[in-house]
Design a protein around this ligand. Structure first.
Ligand code: F6R
Length: 251
């Protein structure tokens, strides 16, 4: 695992964008596993800039997003499809048919989970998976639980996640209670993982995730078993790691 710390969010975003850009240049047909949330916004903007400047192309790239709220249509302003179109896909030259998210309007969540796992297999698995981390240690919408769930699954969001995500909605009551999320298997089978994290509020959970113990109560802790993880963190999010494991940080 490589852990990098940056003084500012902008520096972190630029470095993470450079890591993803290197993957796309090396493997122009790569499959990117993507995340929503506030953390990757700077990185997506930087990749958009690079694409406009002709420094990189996503023409042959395929994307599979981690998750989608259940019950929101793709044109709903709070759906993750809408988020991705607005904050990333419209900034780059990716072909719309190569972008995939779970379908939050599928009548049967169970069948949609199976379809999404087959889709990930059919594109050859994920080359680089981008992850944020929730305050409770979730990755995708894989929430703290008694077991790790391998396949794409239909989950009830925890109160913590509902509260954290309420900032994007008119009120907490508007946050959907259910979501579809890629499971731990597809994430762990990604050839490379890139995690971005900012904010002092994530310092403790990030330290628990990256230094163990490995437990489904901190879903991100499973990444300790992955052979190729790069973590890009803004300094406040790195505070506890800096204090407890200072030599683990590369920059
Ligand atoms: C979103 C996702 C979530 C977020 C996490 C952090 O697709 O998979 O796991 O990465 O909730 O969100 P932010 O970046 O908003 O703190």
């Amino acid at each position: 695992m490589r852990i990098f710390a940056f003084e500012t969010y902008e520096e972190m975003s630029r470095h993470a964008a450079a890591v993803m850009a290197a993957e796309v240049r090396e493997n122009p047909r790569t499959v990117l596993g993507l995340a929503t949330g506030s953390t990757p916004l700077g990185m997506y903007a930087e990749l958009g800039r690079m694409c406009r400047a002709g420094e990189i192309s996503f023409r042959d790239v395929t994307t599979v997003n981690l998750d989608e709220y259940y019950g929101l249509t793709p044109d709903h302003e709070m759906s993750y499809r809408y988020f991705m179109e607005k904050n990333f896909f419209s900034l780059i030259d990716i072909l719309p048919e190569n972008t995939h998210l779970p379908d939050g309007t599928a009548p049967s969540p169970a069948m949609e989970c199976q379809r999404y796992d087959r889709l990930i297999d059919s594109v050859g698995g994920i080359g680089m998976q981008l992850l944020g981390i929730g305050h409770d240690g979730h990755i995708g919408f894989n929430e703290p639980a008694d077991q790790f769930v391998p396949g794409t699954n239909y989950v009830r969001l925890t109160e913590d996640t509902i509260r954290a995500n309420a900032r994007f909605f008119a009120s907490e009551a508007d946050v959907p209670r259910y979501a579809l999320t890629t499971g731990i298997r597809a994430i762990m089978q990604a050839k490379k993982i890139l995690m971005v994290v900012n904010g002092a509020a994530k310092a403790e959970i990030l330290c628990r995730a990256l230094f163990g113990p490995i437990t489904p109560q901190v879903p991100a802790s499973i990444l300790l078993l992955h052979p190729n993880v790069t973590v890009c963190g803004e300094a406040p999010a790195m505070a506890m790691i800096r204090e407890k494991f200072p030599t683990a940080i590369e920059k």
